[in-house]
Structures are given as structure tokens and as C-alpha cells.
Design a protein around this ligand. Structure first.
Ligand SMILES: Nc1ncnc2c1ncn2[C@@H]1O[C@H](COP(=O)(O)OP(=O)(O)OP(=O)(O)O)[C@@H](O)[C@H]1O
Length: 310
């Protein structure tokens, strides 16, 4: 559905987005995660056609954005960071204005506005001036303008920014609800956000993709931790000869106590893990070393993000 190929965006000489590629399939909920300044907003602006890439191409349903901007923008709803909602307007007035900007004919607007208000649960405040609304309501008004034209793709830049815990909860439920009908990309620097909403994470660091993984794959560590009663000088040369072992290092972990030394083995990502583990166990046995423990390192989004941030 979305295909970004080798996209680059420079501001002067500085590449805020530096040669990144990814695809998003219909129905996916993708979290763009990264520190402040990583390049998330720049990527989103390019995906929505509001910013031209300096290099590379973006296609939506096979159509290049730069060649079919208005057609492609009909398929996309966008909640920009700090969405400009006009304080003097009422929610209904603002949505009518947003519909006019999208070129929706006056006669067609009412049912679309009613539907957007219903889906974002804004009915009770629909005639209130935006200036009198809490930040949560204002943010939902921003989402209402993004879904007004029933887009197939929703791009939400930091949708929970500045909300209190209750409002965050409401916004997450709303996004999950909207995701039933749309492909969703959200940006955030909050790990829990991605964990709560998304089924895939793309971590952006310094304008590059540092990780692109479905959540199910994230826990699969390629580091095998083994604690044996043997000396480093004997263990290291032997285990590196085992098929599928890329490298080995002494693993210092304060939470592990007991006899022996712990080693972290990094395995080839495309190797046969079971075969490698079995060969390792045979090797330890053949050497007559005591084997105290052997397990794959536990990983979650937090540890992966910390590894990448280092
Ligand atoms: N118009 C601009 N001119 C010059 N530099 C810019 C401009 N917009 C963004 N940048 C720089 O590009 C980099 C990426 O910015 P971007 O806003 O895409 O990051 P981000 O990941 O969305 O950050 P945040 O979480 O703070 O919104 C930053 O270093 C930023 O200072």
C-alpha cells in the first residue's frame, strides 16, 4: 500500500532523512519511534505529500506521490504535530472548513462531518468553540479532520503529545478503533505507545532506519547466553568453530551468580538455531565442562531501543 524507496530529505546540507526504504501493507498499524529530531515528522510530511523528498520515491497504491499529489492525498488523513485547530471556531465550523479545504462539496459535507464527530466521540462538544475545549478534545478534533474524507491511510504525528493519562487512554482506544478500517502510521517517542497500539515498529535514528520489525519478531534475540564451568581461553576458540555462531564474548551480568562464567554468543540471523544449540551442548559435554544454564537473552522494545540508542 505504501512503498518508500531510498527517500532522502535534506535541509541545506543536512540530511534529516538519509536514504530510507520501507513498505507498509494494507491494514498494518506501524509505529515510527525515535528520539526528538530523529526524522519522524520529516518522514510523515513526505508520506502525506506536504514535503518533497530530495531523493527517492514514495508510492501509494502504486501511484507516485510527486506525480499524483491530489489523487494520493484523497487516500490519506493526516494529523500534523500541533494540529492547527482554530480557537474561535466551533468543532462543527472547523470540520466544515476542513471539508471545504479538501474540496468536499457543501451538499456532501453533513453526513461526513456527522460520521467523523461520532467516531471521535465529539458530539457533546460539537457546538462549543475550540478555545473552550481541553487538549484531549482539541486533539480529537484534529483526528476528526483527518478522518473526515474516510481515508484508507491515517498518518498521525505524536497523537498523544501533551495529553493526560486518561486522555492518552482515550486516544489509544480511538486509534485502535480507527485502525479497523484504515492503515495507520503513528509517530511517537514513547515506547509504551507503540507497544499499546502498533503491530510493527520502525525505529528511526539520525535519519536512518535502525530497526524495522513486527512485534512478534522483536522478542527473538539472536544472543544465546551460556554459563559453563570453563575458562574464557578454552571456551572462546572452541565455540566460534560451531556452525551458526558469529561471535562470542564474556557476558557480565550482575543478576547471574553461581559458579562458572557466562558467555554471550551472537548467532547468525539466518542460521538454524536448534542445530547450533544442539552442537554447542554436545561440545560442552565432550569437553567435560559443567553446563549451568543456556538460554536466549530476553528482549523487549525497551531493551532493543536502549541497544539502538547506545
Ligand atoms: N525546516 C527545517 N529546516 C532545517 N532543519 C529542520 C527543519 N525541519 C526539521 N529539521 C531538522 O531535521 C531533523 C529531523 O527533524 P524532525 O522534525 O523530522 O524529527 P522528529 O523525529 O519528528 O523530532 P520530534 O520528535 O522532536 O518531533 C532535526 O534535526 C530538525 O532540527
Amino acid at each position: 500500500m505504501i512503498q518508500a524507496s531510498n527517500i532522502i530529505r535534506k535541509y541545506g546540507d543536512f540530511a534529516a532523512v538519509n536514504d530510507i526504504s520501507f513498505t507498509v501493507k494494507k491494514g498494518e498499524i506501524v509505529g515510527l519511534l525515535g528520539h526528538n529530531g530523529a526524522g519522524k515528522t520529516t518522514i510523515m510530511k513526505m508520506l502525506t505529500g506536504y514535503l518533497e523528498p530530495t531523493g527517492g520515491t514514495i508510492k501509494i497504491d502504486g501511484l507516485s506521490i510527486s506525480e499524483n499529489r491530489s489523487l494520493v492525498q484523497k487516500k490519506i488523513g493526516y494529523l500534523p504535530e500541533n494540529c492547527p485547530v482554530y480557537p474561535e471556531m466551533t468543532i462543527l465550523g472547523y470540520l466544515d472548513f476542513a471539508a471545504s479545504l479538501r474540496g468536499i462539496k457543501k451538499a456532501d459535507r453533513e453526513p461526513l462531518i456527522i460520521e467523523a464527530v461520532r467516531r471521535t466521540a465529539l458530539k457533546e462538544k460539537a457546538t462549543a468553540p475550540i478555545a473552550t475545549l481541553s487538549r484531549g478534545y482539541r486533539q480529537r478534533t484534529g483526528v476528526a479532520q483527518a478522518i473526515l474524507h474516510k481515508p484508507e491511510i491515517l498518518i498521525l504525528d505524536e497523537p498523544t503529545n501533551g495529553l493526560d493519562p486518561t486522555q492518552i487512554q482515550q486516544m489509544r482506544s480511538l486509534i485502535t478503533e480507527l485502525a479497523k478500517n484504515s492503515t495507520v502510521i503513528i509517530s511517537t517517542h514513547i515506547l509504551q505507545e507503540v507497544q499499546a497500539i502498533c503491530d510493527r515498529v520502525i525505529i528511526v535514528k539520525n535519519g536512518k532506519i535502525a530497526l524495522d520489525s513486527p512485534f512478534g519478531e522483536l522478542n527473538k534475540s539472536s544472543r544465546l547466553l551460556i554459563r559453563v564451568g570453563a575458562h574464557q581461553d578454552d571456551v572462546e576458540p572452541l565455540v566460534t568453530t560451531i556452525t551458526g555462531v558469529k561471535s562470542v564474548a564474556v557476558h557480565k551480568n550482575d543478576s547471574v551468580s553461581g559458579p562458572g562464567a557466562t558467555f554471550a554468543l551472537t548467532l547468525e540471523s539466518n542460521g538454524d538455531r536448534d542445530a547450533t544449540t544442539a552442537e554447542l551442548a554436545r561440545t560442552v559435554n565432550d569437553q567435560g565442562w559443567d553446563l549451568y544454564s543456556m538460554h536466549f537473552e530476553a528482549r523487549n522494545l525497551e531493551t532493543v531501543f536502549a541497544e539502538i540508542s547506545e
